[in-house]
Design a protein around this ligand. Sequence first.
Ligand code: GLC
Length: 533
Amino acid sequence: MSKWWRDAVIYQIYPKSFKDTNADGYGDLPGITQKLGDIATLGVDGIWLSPFYPSPQKDSGYDVSDYYGVDPIFGTLADFTEMVDKAHQLNLKVLLDLVPNHTSSEHPWFQHALNSEAGSDARAMYLFTDGRGEHGELPPNNWQSMFGGPAWTRVKEKNGEYGQWYCHLFDPSQPDLNWRNPEVISEFQKIMKFWFELGADGFRVDQPHALIKADGFPDHPYVETAGAGYLEGEVDPPMWFQPEVHDIMRKLRETADESGEKVLCGEGYVLPLSKMAQWLRPDELHQNFNFRFLDAHWVESIIKEIIDESITAFHEVGSQSTWTMNNHDVVRSVSRFGSAYSRPTQSDGIGPEDVQPNNRLGGEISIGATLLMLALPGNCYLYQGEELGLPDHTTIASTDRQDPTFFRTEGVRVGRDGARAPIPWDESGANLGFSKATKTWLPQPESYKNYIRPGNKTLAVYQAALLLRKKHNLGAGQFNWIDGDLFGFQNNEVRVYHNFDLEPKRMPAGEILISSLGSSESLLPNETVWLIG
Ligand code: GLC
């Protein structure tokens, strides 16, 4: 087996905002097929597609109502196979998004559960239970949903009276499945096989750490400080990373292995990294996003510590770190690093009322950070538009917002729409070549006209770096720190330096392969350079 994923660079496509070919304001699968050449030219090894399955789109497709189809806004199954075939011709692997923690409330399983009695098999597909209080009128516990508000909703039973409650760690339109039920496991194994047979090379697995909830649904011990959150406490929160999830991962891995060389990348927000690594033992997931790196403040000592910890933790289980700085849930790195080192966490976003980021500074830090990341051993995930240096759309009007976070928190957290604005392709076309529609599903900021492809400097750095990363086999390289007053490490024959200081530094000796800001004489603040010789 080639284990191609261990050093691969995967490009995340958020289909709704990638390229629209039928002028409805949403990107679609034919749009992806049309632009696959651009992705291949970038020099990545594969793509991961956020969900395109039939969905009421309450959480932009992470609320699936049919796991076996394509939502009409994205096209058809035939469009899917055409896209996969073209990707494979271009030597790009194709990962899809598996959403196992919850379905849409419109999924037939949930509709059946709603129409069935308490204690029925149909209800056993989900997490239904009685409420607290004399008449069960209070939620079963204190859990909060990730998008704000309680993680429980009470249903009306057939007699017209309020009855049981169901658990939803996200929106009420996303009821959580019961992964202690073997039927749920076998249904998902079937779903995986269906897409593998249609050519998928693997899945990014949504929220795997949430699949099992502690028996009896005990209260969250530190809900007041951590919300539904992930803080490392003395005890594990009752809804995240319960030990039984390992068994489920093993089942999913078996299915992946039986289907050929298929890969599973978890979105497991598990900390510390030594614990995350336990999910990557040889019979569990192949990889998991390194969220500690993604969330990090860009500070020398922190980055150093994270790299050390990551390499040690993942290597200990025979796996590798999965480096990433962007996805559809976080403020884009340009705007994050341009925000005075604040760390807008998942779902929070930057809105028109907030201090606006310095995207010029953020852009410099971001490209330097990316060049550093691409030189690390392991595999990387990029998010559409970061190769253009796109910032977030930080001035979206309330009336244009889509993220349930915004609505569930009454605007207190503006949510993730800023990272999801349609991406620009060319200067002349409507909506910068994204769509011929008069209104796109999310507005595009005017500033995106400064980030189109021809002549985009960030794009040139990404392309050159990806080529060099392959040439010098950095994804599978030997890593060592270089002592000195500059942050530096060696990977295979390449030496990598980053200037964390506020002053320019003397450029270290050697032949420059690439530098993030194009310097050759001195290393500017926030700049990264790769040297050889
Ligand atoms: C993951 C997805 C996010 C979604 C959530 C619920 O975090 O990346 O977009 O809202 O899961 O499915």
